[in-house]
Design a protein around this ligand. Structure first.
Ligand code: T5A
Length: 214
C-alpha cells in the first residue's frame, strides 16, 4: 500500500542499487532531468547527508580489522538517518522542496536484514521510531547481476567495508530488494542496468515521466 509523505506537494524519491549498478552515474542524469523541468531538487545520500551523519558514514564504510557487530552497524545506520531526517530531509520537504536520497531504509532491510541476517521486525521498530511514518513516494532500484556489478565497482579501485563482502552476501541483499519491490510495487520501479547507459537513461526517464507528469 502506498504511503504518502504528508508534506503537501513536495516528493521524496529514493535511489537504491546493488554495488556497481551505476547510482552515481545515474544521479547525474536524474539531476539534469529535474533541472530541465525547473523542479528544485535536493540531492543527498545515506549513510550521510549532514556533517555529523557523514562522520558516521566514515565509521561505517572504512575497512578495519576489528569486527563491527551487526547490531552496531544497524544502529549506526539509523543514527545517521535520524540526524539526516531531522536536519536535512524533513526541513526540505516541509519547505516544499523535492528530495532525492541516494539510498534510504530499503538499503537497511536489504544489507542489514538480508545481508547480515538481522530480523526485519527489529529494523521495523527502528524505522518507526526514526521515520515516524515517512516513506518514499518513489524508489528507483538499479538492478544488476552481482558479479557484473562487483566487477564494475572493483574497477574503481579501493574497496569499502561493504564492497569487501562475499558474493552470497550480495545475493541475499538483492533478494530482499526484489522482495520489497514486489511488496511495495506502487512506489518501486526496478531498472535493469546491465545495458547501455542510453537504455538505462531511457528507462529512468520513463519512470520519472510517469511519476512527475502522471
Ligand atoms: N548501506 C547503506 C547499508 O548497508 N545500509 C544502509 O541502510 C545504507 C543507507 C555505501 C554502502 O552502504 C551500505 C550499502 C553500500 O555498500 P553507497 O555510497 O551508495 O553506499 O555505495 P555504492 O553502492 O558503492 O554506490 P555508488 O553510487 O558509489 O556506486 P555505483 O552504483 O557502483 O555507481 P557508479 O555510477 O560509480 O558505477 C560504477 C562503475 O560502473 C560504470 C561507471 O562508469 C563506474 O565506473 N557504469 C557502467 N558501465 C557500463 N554500463 C553501464 N550501464 C554503467 N553504469 C555505470
Amino acid at each position: 500500500m502506498k504511503q504518502k509523505n504528508n508534506m503537501g506537494s513536495a516528493k521524496f524519491i529514493t535511489l537504491e542499487g546493488m554495488e556497481g549498478a551505476g547510482k552515481t552515474t545515474c544521479l547525474k542524469f536524474i539531476r539534469g532531468y529535474f533541472d530541465a523541468l525547473e523542479i528544485p531538487l535536493l540531492i543527498t545520500r545515506e549513510p550521510g547527508g549532514t556533517p555529523f551523519a557523514e562522520e558516521i558514514r566514515s565509521l561505517l564504510l572504512s575497512p578495519r580489522e576489528e569486527k563491527v557487530s551487526d547490531e552496531v552497524e544497524l544502529l549506526l545506520m539509523f543514527a545517521a538517518r535520524a540526524q539526516h531526517l531531522e536536519q536535512k530531509i524533513m526541513p526540505a520537504l516541509q519547505s516544499g522542496r523535492w528530495v532525492l536520497s541516494d539510498r534510504f531504509t530499503d538499503a537497511t532491510y536489504a544489507y542489514q536484514g538480508g545481508g547480515r541476517g538481522i530480523d526485519s521486525a527489529d529494523i521495523e521498530r527502528l524505522e518507526q521510531m526514526v521515520q515516524k511514518g515517512l516513506q518514499p513516494d518513489l524508489t528507483l532500484f538499479l538492478n544488476i547481476p552481482i558479479e557484473i556489478g562487483l566487477a564494475r565497482a572493483r574497477g574503481r579501485g579501493e574497496l569499502d567495508r561493504f564492497e569487501q563482502q562475499e558474493v552470497d552476501f550480495f545475493e541475499r541483499t538483492r533478494d530482499v530488494y526484489l522482495q520489497r519491490a514486489e511488496q511495495y510495487a506502487s512506489r518501486f520501479v526496478v531498472i535493469d542496468t546491465n545495458r547501455s547507459l542510453d537504455d538505462v537513461y531511457e528507462s529512468i526517464s520513463q519512470a520519472l515521466d510517469q511519476f512527475v507528469k502522471g
